[in-house]
Design a binder for this molecule. Structure first.
Ligand code: ADP
Ligand code: MG
Length: 241
């Protein structure tokens, strides 16, 4: 489970987070929805212990991000956009394997886990090829596999399908669904309403560092009597530019 308590973060004079609170029970996939600059990546980086908040904290599976960052990281799989950080000259399997070793896994466990992830992420055709010439979608799948090779109970994915084609995005959608069925706790950020509706029950809408909504999609739609996209535009619009 993930409990986020009053997170605030400023970068010089920019108030990126103005007090973020929400809760994700075990086995839930939460969608973090917001426009560019809303504070999604900052929130996830703080949860991943990559960045310290100015105030507030978060508890992940019982571990406080400020007091036990090492234990938090052990329980986490994280995937952030941008640089894939893969080694071009290694094969997909070698890249993933290397991370397994860094996480103190045995060779057998790593191999078993890679077989499973290769299957579920549909990487069979290229798992033993060097990643240098891979497409963006292929690299993204290898990055996902690498980030969760140690089978962590909690996963944080920052815009995992951004820039991918439809079929690569679908594999990732299916994979997130599988994670939920396995009882993983997942937060993924997105600016796609369709994606969020497809994958999660509950969402947090953030805008300019504040939580505008934290509820199930169904109940939000029922309360406002409109679809998610209109609701989002209305909420964000009310706050002005
Ligand atoms: N390292 C940083 N230095 C200065 N400003 C930052 C930094 N990271 C994020 N910001 C600012 O914080 C705000 C939130 O950014 P971010 O969390 O990246 O939003 P999102 O991921 O929702 O697009 C933005 O105004 C952004 O410009
Ligand atoms: Mg971002």
């Amino acid at each position: 489970m993930i409990e986020v308590k009053g997170l605030k973060k400023s970068f010089k004079d920019v108030e990126a987070l103005r007090g973020i609170d929400f809760f994700v029970p075990r086995g839930e996939v939460l969608g973090l929805l917001g426009e560019n600059g809303a504070g999604k990546t900052t929130t996830l980086r703080i949860l991943a212990t990559m960045l310290k908040p100015n105030s507030g904290t978060a508890i992940l599976n019982g571990y406080d991000i400020l007091e036990q960052p090492h234990m938090v990281r052990k329980n986490l799989g994280i995937l952030f956009g941008g640089e894939s950080g893969l080694y071009d000259r290694l094969t997909a399997r070698e890249n993933i394997c290397y991370y397994g070793e860094l996480n103190d896994m045995s060779k057998e466990d790593i191999e078993k886990r890679i077989d499973y992830l290769t299957d579920i992420l549909e990487m069979g055709e290229y798992i033993d090829r060097r990643v240098g010439k891979f497409s963006k979608g292929m690299k993204q799948k290898v990055s996902i596999a690498r980030s969760i090779v140690h089978n962590p109970p909690i996963m944080l994915f920052d815009e995992p399908t951004s820039g991918l084609d439809v079929s690569a995005a679908r594999v990732i959608h299916r994979f997130l669904d599988e994670c939920r069925q396995e009882g993983k706790t997942v937060i993924f950020s997105s600016h796609s309403m369709g994606e969020v509706e497809k994958l999660c029950e509950k969402i947090v809408i953030i805008h300019k560092g504040e939580v505008l909504a934290y509820d199930s999609i169904e109940s939000l739609k029922a309360k406002h009597n409109m679809d998610l996209e209109n609701l989002f535009v209305e909420m964000v619009g009310e706050r002005g530019e």
